[in-house]
Design a protein around this ligand. Structure first.
Ligand SMILES: Cc1cc2nc3c(=O)[nH]c(=O)nc-3n(C[C@H](O)[C@H](O)[C@H](O)COP(=O)(O)OP(=O)(O)OC[C@H]3O[C@@H](n4cnc5c(N)ncnc54)[C@H](O)[C@@H]3O)c2cc1C
Length: 532
C-alpha cells in the first residue's frame, strides 16, 4: 500500500467502497444500497462489457435475484428456465450420462437457468443506479490504498490521469481474476494446477431451433478428437465451447475461420447464426487463501476461479456478495461487532471449494483427449448408464465454520416453498418478505421466545413466522407440506435462516430454541476482532 497523490480532484466518503462493477460488485452495491448504505463503486471500464462470460445460474441464485426484485420469471427475454436433461455423449453420440435438470430446486426456482449476461448486468445496473446512496464511478481504476484503524482510503485514477480518493470503513475487491485488492491483502493462492484452453463461441440464432439437432438443449460431447460443450446462451442464443487440442496453437483456435469451421458440422453457418464472439479462455481452478485483511475484503473472481463445467463461477461470487452484505450492514451501525466479518472467508472458502473441486472432476472426465483413456471411460459410463446407475444427487455443500451453529441445519441452504398467509399464496419470500427468518413448526412455539429473544430478532430485522392450519397473525399455511417435511428431516421444531438464505441453525425442541437464540446473541456480540 502506498501514499496518496496530492493533486486529487475530489475526496469522497462512503460506508463501503467496492472495486469492480461486474456481476458481483453490482449485486453487492445493490444489496448494501437497498439497506441504505452509502456505497461508492469504482470501475475501470468506462462502459459495460458487452459480451457474456456466464450463461448459467441455479435455483439458489434465482432466489437471490428474487430478493432484489428480479425474479427469474420476470425477464423472459434474458433468462430461460431449463426443463430438460443434460447429457454427456460419446464420440459416436451414445449417451454416457443423463442428468435430470428438470423441475424446481430447493430454492423454489428452476434447477438450471440459461441467461444472457450483458442484459442481466444491464438490469442490475438500472436497479443500482436508482438507489440514491450508491455512486458509480466508471472509467476510474483503483490504484493505491492506505488503511488505518478506522478506515481505508482508496486512490482512483481516470484515463486522463486525474485522481480522486474514496474513504470508507470497508473496501471490497470485486475486481476479478487479477484483483489489485487481493495484492493489497497480500493473499497467496491455492492453485490446483488446472489449465485447459477452450474456445468459447456465442451465437445469436437467426434460424428457428427446430432446424438444429440440439436435443436436449444442453449436452457435452465427450469426443477425444474435440471435447465440446453445447448449451443455450439465454433465449434465442447458443454457446459452444471447443477444447484446444495439444496439436493446436491458441492463435489457430482463436481465428474466426476456425470458429465457423468447428460449427459447420452442427449445421451452423453465417446464414443461420450471427457470431457474437469467439475467444479462447484458459480455465483455471484456484482460490485465495485470505479473504479479509482488516478492512479489505474480496468477493467473486478476485477470491476464486473455477472451470465453467458446473456453471458455478458467477453463482459463487453472488453467494459471496449476499453473505458479505448483511454482515457489513450489521457491523456498520454497531448491531454486531466487526468480529463477525471474520466468519465471511472461512464460510465461503469451504463452500466454493466444493464447486471448484466438482467442476474439476467434471473437467477431468470431459477433457480427455487421449483416445485409449476415452474409450475406457466410455465403456465404464455406457455400462453404468445401461444399468441405470446414476451419480448420487448433488449434495448441497455446507458453509465452512463461521456465523452459524454446528447442528443438524447450521450452514446449510434454507429451502423456499409455497405458503399462504391468508391474503396471498406463493413463494415464501414473496408472501412473507425476504431477509432473516425464524420459522416455527407451530404457533405455540412463539410463547417460548423471551422478550429479549424477540427484541434481538426485531433489532436485526428478522421475522418470526409460524406454520399453522389457519393463516394470519404471523402464521402461514405450508400449502404442500414442504416446510413440515424439511423441519422433520432435520429433527427440528424451528429453523433460523440468515438474510443470505443459509441457516444459522435449527432447534430440536423448545429448550434448544432458547439455546439457539442465545448462541446467535453471543456470536453477534463478538468483540471487535484484532485487525489481521
Ligand atoms: C467462458 C466462461 C464461461 C462461464 N460460465 C459461467 C456460468 O455459466 N455460470 C457461472 O456462474 N459462471 C460462469 N463463468 C464465470 C463468471 O463469468 C465469473 O465468475 C463472473 O463473471 C465473475 O464476476 P466478478 O464480478 O467477480 O468479476 P468480473 O466480471 O471480472 O468483474 C470485475 C470488474 O472489476 C473491474 N476492475 C478490475 N480491476 C479494477 C481496478 N483496479 N479498479 C477498478 N475496476 C477494476 C473490471 O474492469 C471488471 O469490470 C464463466 C466464465 C467464463 C470465462
Amino acid at each position: 500500500m502506498t501514499g496518496i497523490h496530492e493533486d486529487v480532484i475530489e475526496r469522497l466518503t462512503a460506508d463501503v467502497a467496492v472495486v469492480g462493477y461486474g456481476p458481483v460488485g453490482r449485486l453487492l452495491a445493490l444489496l448494501l444500497g437497498r439497506s441504505g448504505r452509502r456505497v461508492v463503486v469504482a470501475e475501470r471500464q468506462p462502459k459495460a462489457y458487452p459480451l457474456p462470460r456466464a450463461v448459467h445460474f441455479d435455483d439458489e441464485i434465482g432466489r437471490i435475484f428474487q430478493s432484489v426484485g428480479l425474479p427469474p420469471d420476470s425477464q423472459p427475454d434474458i433468462v430461460g428456465p431449463y426443463d430438460d436433461f443434460y447429457e454427456w455423449r460419446s464420440a459416436d453420440r451414445d449417451t454416457l450420462l443423463r442428468l435430470d435438470w428438470r423441475g424446481l430446486g430447493p430454492s423454489g426456482w428452476h434447477v438450471s437457468n440459461f441467461f444472457y449476461q450483458p442484459s442481466l448486468e444491464g438490469i442490475l445496473d438500472a436497479k443500482v443506479q436508482a438507489l440514491d446512496p450508491v455512486r458509480i464511478l466508471r472509467g476510474w481504476t483503483a490504484v493505491t490504498c492506505t488503511q488505518d484503524e478506522d478506515e481505508v482510503t482508496l486512490e482512483l485514477q481516470s484515463k486522463t490521469d486525474e485522481r480522486c480518493t474514496v474513504t470508507a470503513p470497508y473496501v471490497v475487491g470485486a475486481d476479478g481474476a487479477n484483483s489489485i485488492v487481493r495484492s493489497w491483502i497480500g493473499s497467496s493462492l491455492t492453485d490446483l494446477g488446472y489449465f485447459h484452453d477452450w474456445l468459447v463461441i456465442d451465437l445469436l440464432m437467426k434460424a428457428p431451433p427446430e432446424q438444429f439437432d440440439f436435443s436436449p438443449a444442453a449436452w457435452q460431447l465427450c469426443d477425444p478428437d474435440r471435447p465440446t460443450t453445447l448449451v443455450p446462451g439465454g433465449p434465442g442464443r447458443r454457446r459452444f465451447e471447443f477444447m484446444r487440442l495439444p496439436s493446436e496453437t491458441v492463435e489457430e483456435l482463436n481465428a474466426e475461420a476456425t470458429a465457423w469451421q468447428l460449427m459447420a458440422p452442427w449445421g451452423i453457418t453465417p446464414d443461420s447464426a450471427r457470431l457474437e464472439r469467439h475467444t479462447v479462455y484458459t480455465f483455471q481452478a484456484r482460490w485465495s487463501d485470505t479473504w479479509r485483511k482488516g478492512r479489505l475484503l474480496l468477493a467473486g473472481d478476485s477470491a476464486h476461479l473455477m472451470p465453467p463445467f458446473a456453471g458455478q463461477g458467477m453463482c459463487s461470487g453472488l453467494r459471496d456478495a449476499i453473505n458479505l452484505a448483511w454482515k457489513l450492514d450489521l457491523v456498520l451501525d454497531g448491531r454486531a461487532g466487526n468480529g463477525i466479518l471474520d466468519s465471511y472467508g472461512p464460510e465461503r472458502a469451504e463452500h466454493v471449494r466444493h464447486f471448484i473441486e466438482a467442476s474439476m472432476s467434471l473437467g477431468e472426465v470431459i477433457c480427455l483427449a487421449d483416445t485409449a483413456a476415452a474409450a475406457e471411460r466410455d465403456v465404464r459410463m455406457r455400462a453404468d448408464f445401461a444399468a441405470g446407475v446414476q451419480p448420487p444427487p448433488r449434495p448441497l455443500p455446507r458453509l465452512g465454520p463461521g456465523l452459524h451453529r454446528d447442528d443438524a441445519g447450521g450452514g446449510l441452504l434454507a429451502i423456499q416453498a409455497e405458503v399462504d398467509d391468508g391474503t396471498s399464496r406463493g413463494l415464501f419470500d414473496d408472501v412473507v418478505g425476504g431477509g432473516g427468518v425464524l420459522l416455527l413448526a407451530e404457533p405455540a412455539l412463539r410463547e417460548q421466545l423471551s422478550e429479549s429473544d424477540a427484541a434481538l430478532l426485531s433489532d436485526l430485522g428478522w421475522k418470526v413466522v409460524a406454520l399453522a392450519a389457519q393463516p394470519g397473525n404471523g402464521c402461514v399455511v405450508d400449502t404442500h407440506g414442504a416446510y413440515a417435511d424439511w423441519l422433520h428431516g432435520m429433527g427440528a421444531v424451528a429453523a433460523l435462516s440468515r438474510p443470505d438464505l443459509y441457516l444459522y441453525g435449527v432447534a430440536a425442541d423448545t429448550d434448544d430454541l432458547t439455546a439457539l437464540l442465545h448462541h446467535l446473541r453471543a456470536a453477534l456480540a463478538m468483540p471487535v476482532a484484532a485487525m489481521q
